[in-house]
Design a protein around this ligand. Structure first.
Ligand SMILES: [Zn+2]
Length: 206
């Protein structure tokens, strides 16, 4: 039985999107593992056929050809839009992360993970996006709110990456619209949610 996926941060060389395929060859009785970087600037390949192991790099042209032949364009875009961060195994970071999770407000943690899940779903499923009436502004507010909670709840990621990928034109479009809307309507984000902005000097009435 074969298995394949695109790992959003799989490539060992560039940390980019990697096509991962595993299969078992019944005639040769050997395991086949193909790891192929799908970033055109990298194209690093690690191929295992039983005891044989090869590595080489594809040219940008070869990477494009592979993506086209395997009809991976759409999935690649979705993986990019999923904006997943590299998983860090830095022990100091994991310790800080664990402490942050232990001491965080459970309600906010729950909200963060719910937002994260919803964002991934609406990016992957245009039907959900349309049928549930997700406007660009609403998506943008969700992205910004999710990032705000991420900053509030968790330590800084060691890679220096921020939650939102501002190199992704879709992400930029959504958050631009949301920021404009928030300003125009005098609203702001608090604990990841849209709230009416407090008047200046608000003392926190009971
Ligand atoms: Zn790569």
């Amino acid at each position: 039985m074969s298995f394949q996926q695109i790992n959003p941060t799989g490539c060992k060389k560039c940390g980019g999107r990697r096509w991962e395929y595993t299969d078992y060859c019944r005639t040769e009785h050997e395991e086949i593992v193909e790891h192929r970087c799908l970033e055109v600037d990298c194209g690093y390949q690690e191929l295992t056929y039983g005891d044989e192991f090869h590595t080489y790099s594809k040219t940008p042209e070869e990477v494009r050809k592979f993506i086209k032949e395997y009809e991976l364009e759409e999935e690649l875009e979705q993986v990019k839009e999923g904006r997943q961060m590299a998983v860090s195994t830095d022990p100091a970071y994991l310790k800080a992360l664990n402490e942050a999770v232990q001491s965080a407000d459970p309600k906010l943690l729950e909200r963060f993970f719910f937002m994260e899940k919803t964002i991934n779903e609406i990016f992957r499923n245009p039907f959900k996006r349309i049928s549930e009436g997700w406007s660009d502004v609403r998506i943008g507010c969700y992205l910004l709110g999710n990032e705000q909670l991420d900053n509030q709840l968790f330590p800084k990621h060691p890679s220096g990456k921020t939650k939102l990928d501002r190199t992704n034109p879709n992400v930029v479009r959504f958050i631009d619209k949301a920021e404009k809307w928030l300003e125009e309507t005098g609203k702001c984000l608090i604990d990841g949610q849209v709230k009416a902005a407090q008047p200046k000097g608000f003392g926190g009435a009971n």
